[in-house]
Design a protein around this ligand. Structure first.
Ligand SMILES: [Zn+2]
Length: 591
């Protein structure tokens, strides 16, 4: 988590805000409330509620698999089968956004574009995407009046993964290697010996000279990072001599008999040992591209021709048409149910696509009929951001004022022609954000890692996250109000606070709470297979405050959460949209 000064930096993208030296959230709000920074060209695409005609499904799983998963998921009230489909479709942040877009369109939401003028009306349902990795969707209550607030659920679309380097092609010992960089805090040893592939986006050159943005996913296992055989992973035998002697022995060479099998755990070097290979067949075309001096980097001289061939076959285009690409390395194993009672979800990317899907689904289902918004005064919103795993500092991350600007534009649209004092600032103060991100479930084999009285369990409901040092944005008021939603609907909740002798992770909650000035609660579904690790945010932050060391929550390539918790989270989020207006007005604090 960055300091306030850093947050001000993050929210200083707007020209007016950038002019302020010390930008406080309130100053920033004023800066952004000036209408001069935005264009007003009209081109709202109208889908109408008849837009429910099914868009083409993009699912990986076969229909029989799907039926089986649905049967295992239990009652028709469960969304778990649909979540499994979403996870299997959403190998990357781009696919997660595209699939959410497809479902919103099928549910009758109107697609907006940030570059164009909006025409937002009470009772309407809308969304837009940014970079095809960030998405904001919202539904306006029919009884909206100027100053009404936003009820928002925020989550993130990205997950730790490996990404292709700009120049990915190399050869080693007869193998075609695909060079990668690490993204976020993955538990990288879990990426070894997995059936990996690639997915992401490409830019294609079309016949008429234009360019086309297209997503791609190669579903078959394509890449592999093998572990080293344990008998080759050897350490020096432990001598009862000084470490200096050991160093000397190392420097003059050593007989293999003096080494023993490494029992200290697998500790790969992330630059040298985490490189997937694609093939063994020597690729003459790769040799030629390595030999010739490169004046301009293109996919053809940056990546293995064999990889481009696989991509072009997947895309149905020629290799020459691929003029740029951005690919993640992905695990091909489908998400599924597991456990003796099929009570678990085994999957990659649960953090945070489980929250993202529950939020989008809750929004769609909370306004699926024409009457659902009839008595609503507020605006229901879901905001999904990219780059949470690396600190949110990007144009598509929560550090950008995407959500804030959308809120201001919506208020502007809805209050056209009405004169009222500081409508937008009043709306912000009426608003409430649920920051949803996965939570640390208590591990049965490591019981001492949780504080004795705050031990979130799987299948026991959403975890409300607290931290006195504001790693989480929850306070007593926001926790109470969000739990009151659960109480009214007979849904369980749990509490989490980290041990005082351990570092605490963070989420987009504090970023948005401090940047927008919105009441916020941090919560999440308990999961296993992620842990905490300290990273330095940047040097400036490090020297300015002890709190500027952030903690990220690296995840395994394969995570676990409880099936019940998914349905509870969905119901809690849906209930939040449906009943928060009436709950919120019962408690006044600043009066
Ligand atoms: Zn997360």
């Amino acid at each position: 988590m960055a300091s306030m000064a850093r947050r001000a930096q993050l929210f200083s993208h707007h020209p007016a805000a950038a002019a302020a030296v010390a930008v406080t959230p309130s100053v920033f709000l004023k800066c952004l409330s000036t209408p001069s920074g935005f264009s007003h060209r009209l081109s709202l695409r109208r889908c109408g509620r008849g837009g429910r005609s099914p868009a083409p499904r993009l699912l990986c799983s076969s229909s029989s698999d799907r039926a089986q998963q649905e049967a295992k998921a239990g009652s028709s009230q469960s969304i778990v089968g649909d979540l499994l489909d979403y996870l299997n479709e959403s190998w990357t942040q781009f696919h997660a956004t595209a699939e959410a877009k497809r479902q919103l369109l099928a549910s009758g939401f109107h697609l907006l574009n940030e570059n164009e003028e909006w025409d937002v009306k009470p009772g309407g349902r809308y969304f837009f995407t940014r970079n095809m990795s960030c998405l904001v969707a919202f539904a306006v209550g029919q009884k909206y009046s100027p100053g009404s607030g936003f009820h928002i659920i925020g989550a993130h679309t990205d997950s730790p993964c490996l990404k292709l380097k700009p120049l990915s092609a190399s050869t080693k010992s007869g193998y075609l290697m695909v060079n990668v960089q690490t993204y976020g805090g993955g538990l990288w040893y879990t990426w070894f010996d997995r059936d990996l592939s690639v997915a992401g986006r490409v830019i294609l050159k079309t016949g008429d000279g234009d360019f086309m943005h297209k997503l791609v996913k190669v579903k078959r296992p394509l890449l592999r990072v093998p572990t080293l055989a344990i008998h080759l992973d050897r350490l020096l035998l432990s001598f009862s001599v000084s470490s200096l002697v050991n160093v000397l022995i190392e420097s003059v060479g050593i007989n293999e008999s003096l080494r023993t099998v490494n029992t200290e755990g697998f500790k790969p070097n992330l630059e040298n040992h985490l490189i997937p290979f694609l093939a063994t067949k020597p690729d003459e075309r790769t040799k030629k591209t390595e030999e010739k001096s490169i004046l301009s980097i293109t996919p053809k001289n940056a990546h293995h021709p064999l990889l481009l061939q696989v991509l072009s076959e997947e895309l149905g285009c020629s290799e020459d048409e691929i003029v740029s690409l951005e690919l993640n390395i992905c695990d091909t194993q489908p998400s599924c149910l597991g456990g003796g009672n099929n009570e678990f979800i085994f999957s990659g990317r649960l953090d945070n696509l489980a929250s993202s899907y529950c939020a989008i689904r809750a929004l769609m289902d909370s306004c699926s009929s024409d009457t659902d918004l009839a008595n609503e005064h507020s605006i229901r919103m879901v905001a999904l951001f990219d780059n949470e795993e690396v600190g949110s500092d990007s144009v598509q991350g929560a550090g950008a004022p995407t959500m804030f600007q959308a809120m201001r534009r919506i208020v502007d649209c809805l209050s056209k022609g009405q004169r009222s004092e500081n409508i937008f600032e009043r709306a912000i103060r009426e608003s409430f954000l649920v920051s949803a991100d996965m939570a640390h479930g208590a591990h049965p084999n490591f019981p001492d890692k949780h504080e004795d009285h705050h031990r979130p369990e799987l299948q026991k409901g959403l975890v409300i996250k607290h931290n006195a040092n504001q790693r989480y944005a929850t306070n007593s008021i926001t926790a109470f109000l969000f739990k009151e939603v659960a109480n009214i609907h007979n849904l369980p909740t749990q509490e989490f606070v980290v041990r005082n002798d351990m570092g605490c992770g963070s989420t987009i909650g504090p970023i948005l709470a401090s940047g927008v000035g919105i009441r916020t609660v941090d919560c999440g579904i308990a999961q296993l297979s992620m842990h905490r690790r300290v990273v330095m945010h940047d040097f400036l932050d490090l020297v300015t405050s002890e709190f500027d060391i952030i903690l990220i929550t690296p995840c395994s390539v394969r995570e676990i959460c409880g099936k019940e918790d998914v349905d509870i989270a969905y119901k809690h989020f849906k209930a939040f949209f449906q009943s928060f207006s009436s709950i919120d007005k019962k408690l006044k604090v600043d009066y």
